[in-house]
Ligand binder design. Structure first.
Ligand SMILES: Cc1cc2nc3c(=O)[nH]c(=O)nc-3n(C[C@H](O)[C@H](O)[C@H](O)COP(=O)(O)O)c2cc1C
Length: 211
């Protein structure tokens, strides 16, 4: 293992500072579509960071499921560690890294639960096994080392046999109302391109950052 000598000289693209979008969501959507086209993996996977009530940060991967003018939506268990963090402190960060494009996007904002109707609609679109899974996993709680989900899954399948699996109230979406987005494009010799958008009252401002 030779970590000291592992490095890339990024040169795939650059940010055109003379022609920046005024709205960072428009900018994000362009990069996101390029990532979806080029990536074999989950380009919508991103790292969500939250802060606990005792000020300790933690990060985990979630899947982005919607983007609109209001922000970025992911789905989760409302009783999980991340949700407990969010209920104490709405400030969260998301980080996307698309190595194939040598790009990173850093986002911060406030997370709030989306309305029941929208959580129901997304829940209905999920495969039945995933729907059942949300009833079975008390995400982030301790379970015994030999815990077996098969028995409880069989019982649950019997309960919902021939019926629609309804969304448990402990599962749904959070939307992050974005206040900052930074776009980072790797460039040769570490002279990377960075642009930061910040929301103030009702306008986005933008500025270039040193690499
Ligand atoms: C590729 C990938 C996608 C994931 N997507 C989600 C997701 O959309 N929602 C979710 O709650 N957990 C997702 N997870 C699991 C989380 O990373 C994490 O393990 C789980 O949510 C519990 O986190 P917490 O204990 O901090 O709440 C995903 C993990 C990976 C590796």
């Amino acid at each position: 293992m030779d970590l000291k000598n592992m490095r890339s000289d990024y040169q795939k693209s650059k940010i055109n500072f003379d022609n920046l979008d005024d709205n960072p969501i428009t900018f994000f959507l362009k990069w996101f579509h390029e990532a979806l086209e080029i990536s074999d993996n989950e380009a919508n996977a991103c790292v969500l960071s939250t802060v606990s009530s005792d000020h300790k940060p933690s990060s985990r991967v979630v899947l982005l499921k919607n983007i609109n003018d209001r922000g970025f939506t992911f789905f989760t268990n409302f009783e999980s560690e991340k949700s407990i963090d969010i209920e104490n402190n709405k400030n969260v960060a998301l980080n996307f890294y698309w190595p194939e494009l040598e790009r990173q996007v850093r986002i911060s904002g406030e997370a709030d639960k989306i309305n029941h109707k929208d959580s129901d609609a997304y829940f209905r679109s999920r495969p039945r096994t995933s729907q059942l899974g949300t009833w079975l996993s008390n995400q982030s709680t301790s379970i015994s080392l030999d815990h077996n989900f098969t028995e409880s899954l069989t019982k649950l399948e019997a309960k919902f046999k021939g019926k629609e699996v309804i969304r448990p109230s402990h599962w749904g979406g959070y939307c992050i109302d974005v206040d900052k987005i930074e776009f980072w494009q790797g460039r040769p010799s570490r002279f990377h391109d960075r642009v930061l958008y910040e929301f103030d009252t009702d306008n986005w401002s933008k500025r270039r950052l040193a690499p």
